[in-house]
Design a protein around this ligand. Sequence first.
Ligand code: SF4
Length: 134
Amino acid sequence: MNSVAVNADRCMYCGNCYTMCPSMPLADTEGDGIVLMAGGKVSNRISAPKFSKVVVAFIPNEQPRWKTMTDTIKRIVEAYAKGANKYERLGEWAERIGWERFFEVCELDFTHHLIDDFRDAAYYTWRQTSQFKF
Ligand code: SF4
């Protein structure tokens, strides 16, 4: 079976792999979980760059196939494919239909704790963009 392994002699403990890969030996199958974030983008095209939003706060670390996670992502992608306009990115689609509706069509549990629209203190300090409109 093809796989990858950590070369322990060359590892410099940056932590990059384990935060991205829940199958690393360091991961805890009991206590660790997966967060799904959606809607972020760096591109300046059509709308300004956006932060991703947490749309699922915790999914158990179900190695090796992560059934709950893959089923959830599949629901999101299928709802997006069905509802988005041509060339519309996921975050732009969610904003057009409303994030509350996004949770409905993706069959995700919604609580107000999941959405951080950076409108509290950060509204005045971080709300900057490099997008130019002519
Ligand atoms: S990504 Fe970082 S922590 Fe992971 S194996 Fe490579 S050097 Fe080590």
